[in-house]
Design a protein around this ligand. Structure first.
Ligand code: BGP
Length: 478
């Protein structure tokens, strides 16, 4: 659809930026924090671990002051579950409670709306040792953690997110999931874990509505539109399959309280069906989100069978949460010659962003907020402490343009939080894969002084926010 006139970003639009606890805080064993699955994982020698990251735990005041200067209306961060409950449940850690209290107060002081993710990949290790998400006790531990967070911070937090990218944890269980190595029948285990996470989410949404009637809560999956490799009906069917398995399985359960039919038949066919009860399905029907948050980096393209001509490796590298993967009886991830790639081989597809937003909104008719979108790149710090990240500006500009088109198409969108507010450690590609508006002066293994420097994209995004998305021009004094 071509618009003669674009609909402006609504008043009060939540221009924001995102981080997650384990990627930005550091202080992995300080302030009474217990270990999480991330602290126990090994990442090889080439990249840094998550012990110090950006040291936000000690520098959050300085960071929030920079976020305020950037003009953020909202800041999306996650609570490290094992900072509140070092053992996952049981005793509450007063120092952890105080840390998020101070962070939230600091944000409020600067008129920045906190947008809080309850769980972003960092399951407490104590729970993992007892079976993690395979153990139904983890559901109750999560609900207790969520209730505690609502009680502690609910008077100052209006927007809550349940679980970050649950779909990626299940689809890429070997990369970012909570599956111990050597688990027998890994796929079946993951889909049972998925069911448990869904229940945990539904119970948390019910609790939130009971305890905090003024607050809003929603899921935060990674949603990408899926293109067929060609107009061949078999390819279209494969794209349909993957859309259900990758996207709608998770959002149908969260929003409609039922299993997506195609995803269910996929699980049945493969022998992955979870054990479920009618009582649990009733809980899933009762837990309703107020909005949908979604992360979007790139679209996916799949075909019915292995590609012949475009020279792309089918499936993509397993080690990457953006790649479709491969299951020849259902879909085969393929390349897309219409799209460019970034330095890390991720496709760049701004139009796919518009398509994705439309697809979600049309299907669920709930307000949307983008909780991640951004460009990972090897930024260079110049001798005068500058970072000329014009490529990031171009990426964000192109995506924000498409968001405005989505709004003009009728999509109800109330916020945009690019990844990331400040440089942090990538999920599995180290600190040199940077996303932030603020540079953190450190390397993979040399922590240097961890000083903060504003990138060119900082000045650019500042103006975007000041003009409520009207001025997206590249040129900016820096
Ligand atoms: C998402 C995660 C984030 C973040 C982002 C960028 O999947 O929710 O935590 O890591 O991807 O990915 P990466 O760090 O792999 O570049």
């Amino acid at each position: 659809m071509k618009h003669q006139q674009l609909t402006p970003f609504p008043d009060g639009f939540l221009w924001g930026a995102s981080t997650s606890a384990y990627q930005v805080e550091g202080a992995w064993n300080e302030g009474g924090k217990g270990p999480s699955v991330i602290d126990k994982a090994s990442f090889g020698d080439k990249i840094t671990d998550f012990t110090v990251t950006s040291d936000h735990y000690h520098r959050f005041k300085q960071d929030v002051a920079l976020f305020a200067e950037l003009g953020l209306k909202t800041y999306r961060f996650s609570i490290a579950w094992s900072r509140l409950f070092p053992q996952g449940s049981g005793e509450l850690n007063a120092e952890g409670v105080a840390f998020y209290q101070q962070l939230i107060d600091e944000l409020r002081h600067h008129n920045i709306e906190p947008l809080v993710t309850l769980y972003h990949f960092d399951l407490p290790w104590a729970l993992q040792e007892k079976g993690g998400w395979s153990d139904p006790a983890t559901i109750e531990a999560f609900v207790h953690f969520a209730r505690t967070a609502f009680e502690l911070y609910g008077d100052r937090v209006n927007y809550w997110l349940t679980i970050n990218e649950q779909n990626m944890m299940i689809l890429k269980g070997d990369v970012i999931g909570t599956l111990p190595p050597g688990t027998p029948d890994p796929q079946k285990t993951l889909y049972q874990q998925n069911h448990h996470m869904m229940l945990a989410q539904a119970k948390a949404m019910i609790a939130c509505h009971e305890m905090l009637p003024q607050a809003k809560i929603g899921p935060a999956p990674n949603i990408s539109c899926v293109y067929p490799a060609s107009a061949r009906p078999e390819d279209v069917l494969a794209a349909n399959n993957f859309t259900s398995i990758r996207n709608w399985l998770y959002l149908d359960l969260a929003c409609f309280g039922h299993y997506n039919a195609v995803a269910w038949s996929f699980m049945r066919e493969k022998g992955y069906l979870p054990t479920i009860t009618e009582q649990e399905m009733e809980i899933l029907r009762q837990g309703k989100p107020d909005f949908i948050a979604f992360n979007y980096y790139a679209s996916a393209t799949v075909g019915a069978d292995l590609p012949h001509s475009d020279g792309e490796e089918a499936g993509g590298k397993l080690l990457d949460q953006q790649m479709a993967g491969i299951d020849t009886s259902v879909y085969v991830g393929v390349g897309n010659r219409w799209l460019k790639k970034n330095q890390f081989n991720w496709y760049i597809d701004p139009v796919g962003f518009r398509i994705t937003a439309r697809q979600i909104y049309e299907r669920y008719r709930l307000p949307l907020i983008v909780t991640e979108n951004g460009l990972g790149a090897f930024d260079e710090l110049t001798a005068d402490n500058k970072i000329h990240d014009d490529y990031r500006i171009a990426y964000l500009r192109d995506h924000i343009e498409q968001l405005q088109l989505a709004i003009s198409d009728g999509v109800e969108l109330f916020g945009y939080c690019p990844w990331s507010a400040i440089d942090l450690v990538s999920t599995h590609q180290g600190i040199r894969k940077r996303y932030g508006f603020i540079y953190v002066n450190r390397d993979e293994h040399d922590l240097k002084d961890l000083a903060r420097f504003k990138k060119k994209s900082f000045s650019w995004y500042q103006r975007v926010i000041q003009t409520n998305g009207q001025n997206l021009a590249d040129g900016i004094d820096y």
